[in-house]
Design a protein around this ligand. Structure first.
Ligand code: AMP
Length: 280
């Protein structure tokens, strides 16, 4: 089934109004395109919860800094629509830039809480304001019942969930476990930047996280375990931004032995920045 492609808020509303008129619910899957199986799994999970599923494709300039990869971020609209057709996606909203940022646009959402925990926010200071602003707009424009987000971007999932709650956006934010390549590397649109050699090395991140989780489960101090993981990645040639154990709900630094934990890592391999995380 080829999804209906809409590019304006009016077209989007015309389509969702038809669904509402017959009492159908729908889920939204926000993406930046260059779709892979991770994105398609979000659509499948959405279809389990709602009658209809829509994807959005928008490479959001506001979540990139001047030095980041906005210009070279992969774009493949035709290929994406083909993939969405195979995933039973009902509609894809590919907003024209003025539908998101009309002339004179001057409002921004600035999340705190999980967004200010010294993880992605420390290394990409503009990132969560950009994400929260565009995601709030997509939630309001779509008025969807469910929003599907990947655990791959764990801090983002926590931030979006808190924003939806804080601002009464009336949407249920659902997290979906990370989809991986056969060798464990988390699927990502950015993996295509990796050279053959880097692609081979990239699996070290999940291995380092799993070793650290094993050590923590065996009773080792979590600082020691994450430091060892960070050191092993550095030895392999990564430039590590962080490897850390955090409270799985708040992403605060754990203070009690019985807290639910999440291990999170971000590291550069050459010119590519990779992130991953796992539960402990
Ligand atoms: P992106 O296009 O990278 O902005 O991602 C769009 C959505 O897909 C976000 O909710 C991501 O967390 C999610 N996503 C990306 N990669 C994966 C993956 N490997 N497994 C599950 N979800 C993912």
């Amino acid at each position: 089934m080829i999804p209906l492609v809409v590019r304006t808020i009016d077209e989007l509303h015309a389509a969702t109004r038809k669904w509402r008129e017959v009492g159908e619910t729908y889920a939204i899957v926000p993406t930046m395109g260059a779709l892979h199986e991770g994105h398609l799994t979000l659509l499948e999970e959405g279809a389990k919860l709602a009658d209809r599923v829509m994807a959005t494709i928008f490479v959001n300039p506001r979540q990139f800094s001047a030095t980041e990869d906005l210009g070279r971020y992969p774009r493949d609209e035709e290929g994406d629509i083909e993939k969405l057709a195979s995933a039973n996606c009902d509609l894809v909203y590919i907003p024209n830039i003025d539908q998101i940022y009309p002339d004179g646009f001057a409002t921004s959402i600035s999340p705190a809480g999980a967004a200010k925990t010294g993880l992605e926010d420390k290394f990409r200071p503009q990132f969560f304001d950009g994400v929260a602003t565009v995601v709030a707009k997509l939630f309001i424009q779509s008025a969807a019942d469910f929003a599907m987000f990947g655990e791959k971007d764990y801090q983002q999932l926590m931030v979006v969930r808190q924003m939806a709650r804080d601002l009464d956006l009336g949407i249920d934010v659902v997290g979906v476990p990370t989809i991986r390549e056969d060798d464990g590397l988390a699927k990502s649109s950015r993996n295509r930047y990796l050279s053959k050699h880097e692609r081979h090395q990239a699996t070290a991140i999940i291995r380092a996280l799993m070793q650290a989780a094993d050590k923590i489960n065996a009773g080792q101090d979590m600082q020691q375990a994450t430091k060892a993981a960070s050191r092993s990645l550095t030895t392999l040639g990564f430039k590590v931004d962080y490897v850390t154990a955090r409270n799985a709900d708040t992403l605060a630094v754990p203070t009690r032995p019985d807290e639910p934990l999440r291990l999170l890592a971000a590291a550069w391999l050459g010119k590519t920045r990779l992130i991953d995380n796992i539960p402990v």
